[in-house]
Write a protein of this length. Structure first.
Length: 80
């Protein structure tokens, strides 16, 4: 993420750093598939957790602290 942000600032500061970070991630996964295959099972679980937190935060006006204070059961459910 840090490398993606630095490259974005150097190449095109008006662009979101998410674009360059995504490109770097896809390139790394394509170049070294065996290494990234080891992350598959844990990466899927962590990805699902963060995706659920993202949707909850989006629904709570973008405040992750509000989600944690209003719906701690969502966090507990997501971590199972």
């Amino acid at each position: 993420v840090t490398i993606g942000e630095m490259l974005t600032r150097a190449i095109c500061p008006s662009l979101s750093s998410m674009v360059i970070t995504s490109i770097l991630t896809v390139l790394a996964a394509t170049a070294t598939p065996k290494w990234f295959r080891k992350l598959h099972s844990s990466g899927s679980a962590i990805g699902i957790l963060f995706l659920q937190l993202f949707f909850a935060a989006s629904g709570a006006s973008g405040s992750l602290l509000l989600v944690l204070s209003r719906a701690p059961s969502l966090l507990a459910f997501s971590m199972m």
